[in-house]
Ligand binder design. Structure first.
Ligand code: ADP
Ligand code: MG
Length: 461
């Protein structure tokens, strides 16, 4: 595919938006952005296929913002995402992009949270709505949302939504949107059955695909032969040997995730499972712990891990080989982002070698096999550097990260560099602190006040 435009400043966008992009250090466009944004600006419908981490959110975000009218109080754009985690990430990215445009209201509508506050927010009006299919359909059914004013409809991770059984919901959502809208479909894959199914949503779409193959020099990819019996033991061996700072270990089933996470914990590795059977609240918490370095290994299914935007993952371990080569490519694409060299380790039992063959064919190069017996046998621990402390107070209590940092460096008496990430949510907050001082922080923080109030504190283990 030819690339004509390279920098955001070459696009016919408002100077305020371009300045804001450069304040986010977005100067050069990614390939999918360079290809898709001009098409969006021409108001064409779009089918865009690109790998994870290629900057699709900013691509459609710029498309949405370029024609948004903040003084028109109606839902002008709707973004449909497969999971709540992704919807939250998309909302956050859209908020960052919209900083230059005053008074843009962005609302996230997902399941797992009460309906009533969402209905109230909708009554106040939102320019951009981001949501998951089930909850959006709920609002449509109750007439609490009006999508007749939608000018831009984005179906993000469309293939995943279809995989998760949301197709019928999407049909309902599309039907509720204005027929004069622009429709943008983003997907990692675009199989022919999906092409047929979505044909009626799109009007003469421009189709583009940005190569899903990663530059192989950027990711060191190694394969290890295992037996089904020693698979879990091999995972800890890899972790002990390579000592990656943060790892996602992909399993094909939820049960396997739970089982493996538990085994790793027994061996002194701070590992946690993440999958769709878990309560949303627990999932959110685990994502916080992984991102703030209180958990070093996330054992996840593909669906649960999809789209998690965690920069600089030390390694990806494929605990089983995916029979779908595209899935494999996506999994390993989570390491080695942003110019850093990544590490992708794949365990393959003899019956899985046929899937490795497919990967070799796709990549046009032979897999590099290594033996587990070549790995060091040091059983040092792999403990995350931080521990998270949960404070039972959040935005609703007018808490801000600075208040928490202030209490820690003030009354608690630790230094700023012993404090990691601070996340403040509606009703609670998380702060990561150096593991060695966690007990001290816990006992002191429980006794002191933050913003003049005492909050319940608990350590998360
Ligand atoms: P995708 O949806 O394709 O998986 P995202 O939209 O989540 O990818 O983007 C991945 C990361 O790249 C994000 O952290 C985002 O902030 C960053 N990013 C996007 N576009 C640019 C750009 N033009 N320059 C630098 N970073 C970018
Ligand atoms: Mg995305």
């Amino acid at each position: 595919m030819t690339q004509t435009l390279k920098r955001f400043s070459d696009l016919p966008l408002s100077p305020a938006l371009i300045n804001n992009l450069s304040s986010l250090a977005y100067v050069e466009m990614t390939e999918i952005q360079a290809n898709s944004i001009p098409v969006m600006l021409e108001q064409r419908d779009l089918i865009a296929q690109a790998k994870t981490g290629s900057g699709k959110t900013a691509a459609f975000g710029i498309g949405i913002l370029s024609k948004l009218n903040p003084s028109y109080f109606a839902t002008q754009a709707l973004v449909v995402c497969p999971t709540r985690e992704l919807a939250d990430q998309v909302s956050n990215e859209l908020r960052r992009l919209a900083r230059a445009t005053p008074n843009v209201k962005i609302l996230t509508l997902c399941g797992g949270t009460p309906m009533r506050p969402q209905i109230a927010s909708l009554e106040h009006g939102a320019h951009i709505v981001v949501g998951t299919p089930g909850r959006l359909l709920d609002h449509i059914g109750r007439n609490s949302i009006n999508l007749a004013t939608v000018q831009t409809l984005v179906l993000d991770e469309a293939d995943r939504m279809v995989d998760m059984g949301f197709f019928e919901d999407i049909v309902g959502i599309v039907a509720a949107c204005s027929p004069r809208r622009q429709t943008l479909l983003f997907s990692a894959t675009y199989p022919s059955d999906m092409r047929h199914a979505t044909a009626s949503f799109l009007r003469d779409p421009v189709e583009m695909k940005v190569e899903s193959q990663h530059a192989s020099q950027q990711i060191e990819q190694l394969f290890f032969e295992v037996t089904p019996e020693n698979r879990n033991a091999a995972v800890s061996q890899l972790l002990f040997h390579y000592q990656p700072t943060s790892t996602i270990a992909f399993c094909n089933t939820k049960i396997h995730c739970d089982e493996l996470a538990e085994e790793l914990q027994h061996q002194g590795i701070t590992a946690l499972a993440l999958h769709g059977d878990m309560e949303q609240r627990d999932r959110d918490e685990i994502l916080v712990l992984f991102a703030n370095q209180s958990c070093s290994v996330l054992v996840a299914t593909d669906v649960a891990a999809r789209g998690i935007d965690i920069q600089s993952l030390g390694a990806v371990i494929n605990v089983d080989v995916s029979k779908d080569t595209e899935v494999h490519i996506h999994r390993i694409g989570r390491t080695g982002r942003a110019g850093e060299r990544g590490l992708a380790l794949t365990l393959a039992a003899p019956n899985e070698k046929k899937w490795v063959k497919l990967i070799e064919e796709y990549q046009g190069q032979d897999a590099i096999w290594k033996s587990l017996t070549d790995l060091s046998l040091n059983r040092t621990e792999l403990i995350a550097p931080k521990i998270s402390i949960c404070i039972a107070g959040g935005k609703k209590d007018k808490l801000r990260p600075g208040d928490i940092l202030g209490a820690l460096t003030g009354d608690v008496g630790i230094s700023k560099d012993q404090v990691g990430k601070i996340n403040v949510f509606e009703f609670m907050s998380y702060v990561a602190v150096d593991r060695a001082i966690a007990d001290q922080v816990l006992s002191k923080l429980g006794r002191c006040t933050i913003k003049g109030r005492q909050f319940k504190i608990r350590e998360i283990t």
